[in-house]
Design a protein around this ligand. Structure first.
Ligand SMILES: Cc1cc2nc3c(=O)[nH]c(=O)nc-3n(C[C@H](O)[C@H](O)[C@H](O)COP(=O)(O)OP(=O)(O)OC[C@H]3O[C@@H](n4cnc5c(N)ncnc54)[C@H](O)[C@@H]3O)c2cc1C
Length: 411
């Protein structure tokens, strides 16, 4: 292994791949990060991050100072009746700049790119072939180049080539939902409050954002759609119509947003896998567990995956195939239960809000408006997941970057 701790190849330079690369580099591995595009590009515009990914970003050397706008989140109905308060403990809010932060996706990518040493990222490398040779993995790319590594981490997103190689071509799950998201900048600092509001069929929500020293807001409109129908041609008109009856604040934000700051996505994920890795190959991020935006946690969990996979590999010698195997099993054993709970929770939340039969919607909304059901479902449960992840990250041995390690004196 040329004197290094071993060669880790990562495919896909999204949040999962960049986090895995940064975590592994700081533990002394020889890391190469392959990306098919000619430059690293943020897929999408708006983003929120919970405290666990913020904690991981700090640990792996990403500058998180002033990364996003602090935000306390409430669920409401479209007329402003409060249904749930997503309440993180005060000390967590204090440590993580409000806890849930709002930012632009590119702001996160730029901070992660800045932390990666030169020479690690290989652009214009689309993975097209994988051969697990037992004691190493050989990768081949569309540009004709090849690369050998001790471990391959597939961070190549929802349509992962690595996932397909390991587990075959399983169907995508169309959630029959679409989301239009937009953002705008403002001169003054917004209130640190995010409102996730629903009427009988539609969600129209907003949170404050911070991006490169500028304040602003992001907002989104989410509702059921027919995946075979053509997308709306007039995005502003579409959002304006859907936001009727919601607060003036969100309607004004939509009206003030430039068209070039709006984007539409159809929401898709995949049913959870029972296992992620085989031999010397594993998956992280959307390649392992594509997640509906209802959790606002897909990028966050991807960043956590990158941290934990590097930690597990740090405990073994990459020249020992059985030990690599046990490290990858330990990684997925730790991560699968958490990611399944979040991805399935997000999937079913989308169903409850947008695919409930019309005759049941008044009853559903009465329950949401008049009982603690939604508080339990989202207001209490999500903070419980967040606290358990923070504790899990803390429970790992102290994370000492390789250049700061002091050799134990020989006994
Ligand atoms: C509308 C919307 C809103 C969202 N909001 C939030 C939010 O608020 N908070 C949150 O945490 N998450 C959010 N998410 C989820 C989040 O965007 C994803 O979970 C996250 O981007 C996954 O990161 P990733 O690195 O695993 O995959 P990706 O970001 O998809 O990156 C995969 C990378 O792999 C590269 N690649 C693919 N195939 C190959 C190949 N064969 N060879 C080489 N490279 C390859 C791609 O070019 C890409 O760069 C949202 C998602 C959507 C759609």
């Amino acid at each position: 292994m040329n004197g290094s701790k071993g060669r880790i190849a990562i495919v896909g330079a999204g949040p999962a791949g960049m986090a895995a690369a940064l975590a592994a580099i700081r533990l002394g591995f020889d890391v190469t990060l392959f990306e098919r595009a000619k430059e690293i590009r943020a897929a999408g515009n708006i983003l929120n991050l919970w405290p666990p990914p913020q904690k991981v970003l700090k640990l792996i050397g990403v500058d998180t100072e002033d990364l996003g706008a602090p935000c306390h989140t409430y669920f409401e109905n479209s007329r402003g009746k409060r249904r749930a308060d997503v309440q993180l403990p005060a000390e967590v809010e204090a440590e993580y700049g409000g806890g849930f932060i709002g930012l632009l996706r590119w702001g996160l990518y730029q901070r992660m790119i800045d932390a990666i040493p030169p020479g690690v990222v290989k652009l214009d490398h689309q993975l097209t072939h994988i051969e697990d040779k037992g004691n190493s993995v050989r990768l081949k790319f569309a540009n004709g180049l090849s690369h050998d590594a001790d471990v391959l981490i597939g961070a190549d997103g929802i349509n992962s080539f690595v996932r397909k190689h390991l587990w075959g071509n399983r169907p995508i799950r169309h959630q029959r939902l679409h989301l239009v998201g937009g953002y705008l900048f403002l001169d003054e600092e917004p209130q640190g409050v995010g409102i996730l509001a629903h009427n009988r069929t539609t969600q129209v929500s907003y949170t404050p954002i911070r991006h490169e020293g500028k304040w602003g807001y992001e907002w989104w409109v989410l509702e059921a759609c027919d995946p075979d129908a053509p997308p709306p041609e007039d995005l502003i008109g579409f959002c304006r119509t859907r936001a009727k009856g919601f607060s003036k604040t969100v309607r004004d934000l939509i009206e003030a947003t430039p068209l070039e700051h709006m984007q539409r996505w159809e929401i898709r994920d995949r049913p959870p896998l029972k296992a992620w890795s085989k031999g010397r190959i594993t998956l992280v991020g959307d390649a392992a567990h594509p997640t509906s935006p209802y959790a606002a946690y897909g990028a966050g969990m991807s960043i956590e995956d990158g941290y934990f996979v590097a930690r597990e590999l740090d405990a073994v010698s990459l020249s020992d195939t059985a030990a690599v195997r046990s490290a990858l099993v330990a990684f997925e054993t730790r991560r699968i239960p958490h990611t399944v709970q979040i991805t399935q929770g997000a999937y079913f939340t989308g169903k409850i809000f947008h695919h409930c039969p019309a005759f049941l919607r008044p009853l559903r909304d009465w329950v949401f408006d008049n009982t603690p059901f939604l508080q339990k479902m989202v207001g209490d449960e999500m903070p419980a997941h967040i606290l358990s992840q923070l504790a899990e990250i803390e429970d790992c041995e102290p994370y000492v970057p390789v250049h700061k390690r002091v050799k134990e004196p020989a006994l």
